[in-house]
Ligand binder design. Structure first.
Ligand SMILES: CC(C)(COP(=O)(O)OP(=O)(O)OC[C@H]1O[C@@H](n2cnc3c(N)ncnc32)[C@H](O)[C@@H]1OP(=O)(O)O)[C@@H](O)C(=O)NCCC(=O)NCCS
Length: 301
């Protein structure tokens, strides 16, 4: 008897078919709409692997992407799993997970997590509305970790920043768009103030299509804060940070609104403030609300 499907290693030639599959298989419209960016950006990052489920006629019916943690080589991430809606509950997801867990163990990982591998991630974890995926995680022996959440910001009425920028300019603080030449200093700034995680996202937000970064700088060149968007996905905002000493002057709120204004100018109506963070700040600054909630999972390999 012919097999109903088989698992094969993903190659770059398969990416168009994988993107087409994800447009159909990511049940949330905001994810389906960014299927191309999600797949291509996950594929660019670090030590990674991926597998396809293929049915007769060479039809791609499932995909799983994984990677080794950028921070801790003993941890591996499943970055994306999706199965064609017409092919679910036939063991495709289970077969893909079994295969990638073996590959990730072979790459030296002790634990596998269903969680974003910052700075290259499409989600912090599994959106709770992907309920079949939560069920699959439980069935496949994963234990639930701390949850995470995004905030949604409407881009339709982001308040202008001109008056506040003028006031800061009078105090010697310039707010401007970050350029390629700012990357080394910004990376160092992020590293010194917030640890290793954010430098990669900042770098990826500068010079990339549908992404950007704004910064605040003192007249002597001292950086006071930054805000970035689009590094993980075009509609996602973050990270951002203002130094402790510069807080309370409205700098973070201006930087945030500058990024959101860019995203609005690119045609978006709302942005996801990813993997939050200071809920009261975003709520007060732009009326953002907690909306997408993610469960994270872990399993020993
Ligand atoms: C999650 C997903 C990949 C599962 O694929 P699948 O091929 O249907 O999974 P399997 O058939 O191998 O199911 C494995 C186990 O998960 C559980 N499961 C899967 N779907 C389920 C559902 N709808 N309800 C309850 N349990 C479910 C079951 O225990 C199942 O084993 P069983 O059928 O022997 O009981 C698929 O539903 C999907 O593509 N969803 C949309 C994308 C997504 O949510 N991705 C994760 C976010 S990135």
């Amino acid at each position: 008897m012919d097999p109903e499907f088989w698992i094969s290693e993903l190659t770059d030639d398969d990416l168009p078919a994988v993107i087409a599959l994800c447009r159909n298989a990511l049940d949330l419209p905001e994810d389906a709409a960014e299927a191309s960016e999600i797949v291509l950006r996950l594929r660019e990052a670090g030590r990674r692997t991926g597998f396809l489920a293929v049915s007769p006629g060479d039809r791609v019916i499932g995909v799983v992407l994984g990677s080794v943690s950028h921070r801790d080589a003993s941890i591996a991430h499943v970055d994306l799993i999706a199965v064609d809606p017409a092919e679910r509950r036939r063991g495709v997801g289970r077969a893909l997970m079994t295969r990638i867990e073996g590959a990730l163990a072979g790459m030296g990982a002790d634990d596998v997590v269903l969680a974003g591998n910052a700075p290259y991630y499409a989600w912090p974890g599994i959106d709770v509305r992907y309920t079949p995926a939560l069920c699959a995680a439980m069935a496949l022996g994963f234990a639930q970790d701390q949850p995470a959440w995004n905030m949604t910001a409407s881009l339709l009425s982001v308040a202008p920043t001109d008056a506040q920028e003028k006031k800061l300019a009078d105090e010697g603080v310039t707010i401007r768009r970050a350029l390629a030449g700012d990357v080394p200093k910004l990376s160092e700034f992020a590293l010194a103030n917030w640890g290793s995680g954010w430098a990669g996202e900042i770098v990826d937000s500068i010079g990339r299509d549908r992404a950007g970064c704004h910064l605040a700088v003192e007249s002597d060149g001292t950086l006071l804060g930054f805000a970035a968007y689009g590094s993980s996905r075009p509609s996602w905002f973050g990270p951002m940070g203002t130094t402790v000493a510069a807080r309370g002057r409205g700098i973070g709120s201006i930087l945030l609104r500058r990024c959101l204004a860019d995203q609005r100018a690119a045609g978006l109506e709302s942005a996801q403030i990813g993997w939050v963070g200071p809920v009261p700040f975003y709520s007060a600054a732009v009326g953002a609300r907690v909306e997408r909630v993610f469960f994270l999972y872990r399993k020993q390999l």
